[in-house]
Design a binder for this molecule. Sequence first.
Ligand SMILES: C[S@@+](CC[C@H](N)C(=O)[O-])C[C@H]1O[C@@H](n2cnc3c(N)ncnc32)[C@H](O)[C@@H]1O
Length: 265
Amino acid sequence: MKPVAVQVPGGGMRIAIGGKTLFRWNWKRNVLAAVMPPPFGARHVEYSVIASTDDAAQASGRLLDIALRAIQQARGLSLPELERRIPAHDLHQLLHWPGGHYQLLAALAAAANAKRIVEVGTAEGYSALALKQGAGPDGRVTTFDLVGWRDFPVSCLEEADFADGRLVQHTDNLADPAAMRKHEAVLRDADLIFFDAAKDGVTEPKLLENLRRVPFARPPVLVLDDIRVWNMLKTWREIRDPKLDLTSFGHWTGTGLVDWGAAPV
Ligand SMILES: C[S@@+](CC[C@H](N)C(=O)[O-])C[C@H]1O[C@@H](n2cnc3c(N)ncnc32)[C@H](O)[C@@H]1O
């Protein structure tokens, strides 16, 4: 008889036989939708929370300066490599700005004069290419994923992207302290770090915990994706370093900037 698995993680139930899903029920989402239906319809709706900011970490002058320059630069910025590689039916969704974040990512790299960039979460490779553009000809992006880009089913990356060494990928899990130590030399030299990983409520807190132990050469700017998505709310709220929610000029799911390791304002 094939093994039967019944899993009831955080907000859902899944019944599987031999790895094949027979039944899936996201009870939390269904109950929420019944009790508190979204007041409008949209292509994609997520539940979130708004909270006071006077009792949370404030933005530093450095973050405000970088953000203002980045917003100015993102306005009207074109991303030719992304325009060429993103499938036509996804172009508007991914490259509208603000709302999509790729223009802001490129602009943030330029505005922060980031020459050494670390990304966690390569996936399709869109953000890696945006960051590479923003870093300029003397910049370098080191991107991490659990899956190598050649094995990622819908990667937009090409061999040529890696040819000059300005884009490097490692398939290590930086949520593991040993992997963070292994890549410490790259991390400690980073000017900008972008986390766009699992958003499962576990991975990002571990990434932040491990990052705390890196002896940075210069204080990096940390960019977090999806900070308004439920699983990321606590992680974002609990960051005590100077921070700035830049969602209105970045990703509609939430874009957060952190002046990593800087003194509270
Ligand atoms: C939302 S996608 C990233 C999208 C990408 N940044 C882009 O905009 O083109 C998330 C990726 O994070 C990867 N991931 C999840 N946990 C990870 C971890 N601990 N370390 C590295 N990558 C991880 C997943 O494999 C997935 O490819």
